[in-house]
Design a binder for this molecule. Structure first.
Ligand code: GYE
Length: 329
């Protein structure tokens, strides 16, 4: 019993000394070092997300941001996280390119006592103690919103020569294995199955980029041509790439093929003003403010909410002109 007491008091003493050390260090002006591993620069969304994080970090004199770009490769993100651990940063935040494969490196962070915040995308791991908070959008809901807008508006917008008996949809998916690609597909299909005349006839990844979106849409056009009634793009960039492919094929995007995509970046509003895109579902990349608020809260000893959901809307072509000037990305 005595031995247990002795060990306990040693542990308590060590904890007190450690927390005093943190308080003194912060009081002495030691900065909170945050390591952020970004996916890459694959889309306008991602560029706006990076800008939001970097510019927000600059507003906090007590924060030092170490930013690393993984060029859309998971191995680069794992390397960056390991390097943050080796440097002994105070907090690690990252946007995981895919959902799986993170458990080992997150365990290393946990062993080093470094809290991890998930920004924008979730991870798939059995051990939920490996991250403290996940902030970002509800991607399943975004997929549902895109589908709901489509079934509610297709008849009104379709080319009069087209039938309502069969509505053939092609889908450009995001990065294979990524949370937004998986979840947006789930949400979209959840609504679409209730309308048996709406059918997805082709679905392939365009990796969230304009060039891949164009390339895959070219292949869809070659294979299905005029049979295609609708394009659902998991992001605006791929839809914008696809618009080019549709025009080069000799059809009118937004008229011969109704297009709905996700993100609500400026390029999507511009395409809507040209009549080439029909609707964009909002997914806000402006996560910088909530990320650094969370970092400060965490370092002040507060418990973060496990899930912080971003609030978002849906913008059809009719509101593009009035909405564009208010868009921040
Ligand atoms: O929709 C896409 C980007 O994870 C929500 O990633 C993000 C997605 C976004 O490349 O444009």
């Amino acid at each position: 019993m005595k031995a247990i007491f002795k060990t306990m008091s040693v542990i308590v003493a060590v904890l007190v000394v450690c927390s005093l050390a943190v308080v003194t260090a912060n009081a002495a002006g030691k900065k909170i070092v945050v390591g952020f591993s970004q996916i890459g620069a694959e889309s306008a969304w991602r560029v706006a997300n990076t800008e939001s994080i970097i510019s927000e970090a600059k507003k906090y004199p007590n924060i030092e941001l170490k930013f690393s770009d993984a060029q859309q490769k998971q191995e680069n993100q794992i390397k960056a996280i390991r390097s943050f651990i080796a440097q002994g940063v105070d907090v690690i935040a990252f946007s995981p390119v895919v959902e799986t494969g993170w458990t080992p490196v997150l365990k290393e962070a946990k062993r080093a006592g470094i809290p991890v915040i998930l920004s924008d995308r979730a991870v798939d791991t059995d051990d939920d103690s490996l991250w403290v908070s996940f902030m970002g959008s509800d991607f399943v809901e975004e997929g549902r919103r895109a589908a709901q807008w489509l079934v509610d508006n297709y008849e009104r917008l379709k080319n009069p020569a087209k039938s309502m008996q069969v509505v053939n949809i092609v889908e450009l998916q995001g990065t294979v294995g990524s949370a937004p690609a998986i979840d947006r597909k789930v949400g979209f299909e959840e609504v679409i199955v209730k309308y048996p005349n709406f059918k997805i006839i082709k679905s392939q990844s365009g990796d969230f980029t304009r060039s891949k979106g164009k390339e895959v849409m070219e292949a869809f056009m070659k294979a299905e041509g005029k049979k295609i009634d609708v394009l659902f793009g998991h992001n605006d960039d791929m839809a914008i790439g696809a618009i080019q492919a549709i025009e080069e094929f000799g059809l009118k995007p937004g008229k011969d093929i109704i297009i709905v995509s996700i993100d609500a970046v400026r390029g999507a509003f511009e395409a809507m003003l040209d009549g080439k895109l029909n609707c964009t579902v909002e997914c806000s990349p402006l996560l910088g403010p909530q990320l650094f608020q969370a970092v400060n809260d965490l370092m002040a000893g507060k418990t973060l909410p496990r899930r912080i959901v971003t609030e978002e809307g849906v913008f059809p072509q009719e509101v593009a002109a009035e909405t564009l000037p208010t868009r921040k990305y």
